[in-house]
Design a protein around this ligand. Structure first.
Ligand SMILES: [Zn+2]
Length: 245
């Protein structure tokens, strides 16, 4: 039997399947991975620009990086990998997606049950009074940085910076989902960003079948992965999806 058919059958027979996605799934949408040679971290040291202490110390400096990040994300559109996952959910083959991405592309592709583990780029948040403002171009372009209308404090994108905790609701929901699933698709993640990286191990503890789609091997590949499919997310998912329908 061909491998893609075998995996499609596992998905069909699973009671609760989940996808866990990372930056790799959005590369084909034009968003380089932060850590890659084209990524933001090749230009901006994350310790200096993406740490919450840096933001508090010098919001104007960090906002230069944030503006660049928004410019990339505003241009991005969902790719076939996002679209196939959305279609799988619609047909009942996928219950939820836990994503480490902040780009909102799963929802743009039509996915409904998406847990954004690291927050998203839809909102700006006032760290001082808690007011939330929807992201708009004119707000992003304010110099030296967008300010809260209520208290004048700098607004910060509602994404998780280094040194910040995972939002309670996302963390709780994600953990509940991985403990519940019997099949987990790991897609486009290097598995090194803690604590998100721990979620697949929790799924495995609960005896879920682990299917990994990545360009390179990861810490999961030889520890918990049952099926490793090397390649681009869109191409591999298309092969699986073709056997599903
Ligand atoms: Zn405020």
């Amino acid at each position: 039997m061909n491998l893609y058919k075998e995996i499609a059958d596992l998905i069909k027979n699973s009671k609760y399947s989940l996808a866990f996605t990372g930056a790799g799934i959005s590369v084909e949408s034009g968003i380089p991975t932060f850590r890659g040679s084209q990524g933001l971290w090749s230009k901006y040291d994350p310790e200096e620009f993406a740490h919450i202490d840096s933001f508090i110390r010098n919001p104007a400096k960090v906002w230069k990086m944030i503006r660049e990040m928004f410019a990339i994300i505003f241009e991005a559109k969902p790719n076939p990998a996002h679209e196939i996952l959305a279609e799988m959910e619609k047909r009942g083959y996928l219950k939820a997606i836990i994503t480490q991405n902040i780009d909102g592309l799963h929802q743009l592709a039509g996915s409904k049950n998406v847990i954004e583990y690291h927050g998203n780029c839809k909102w700006l948040l006032c760290l001082s009074c808690g007011k939330k403002e929807e992201v708009k171009r004119e707000l992003i372009e304010m110099l030296p940085y967008p300010k809260c209308k209520e208290c004048e404090a700098p607004l910060k994108p509602d994404v998780v910076f280094f040194g910040e905790a995972i939002p309670f609701e996302a963390k709780t929901k994600a953990e509940r989902e991985v403990q519940r699933c019997d099949l987990l698709l790991i897609i486009g993640t290097s598995g090194v960003v803690y604590p998100a990286s721990q979620l697949p191990y929790m799924a495995k503890l609960n005896k879920a079948t682990i299917i990994e789609i990545n360009l390179e091997e990861t810490p999961y590949t030889h520890s918990i992965t049952d099926y490793f499919l090397k390649g681009k997310a869109g191409e591999i998912l298309f092969k699986i999806f073709s056997e599903l329908s």
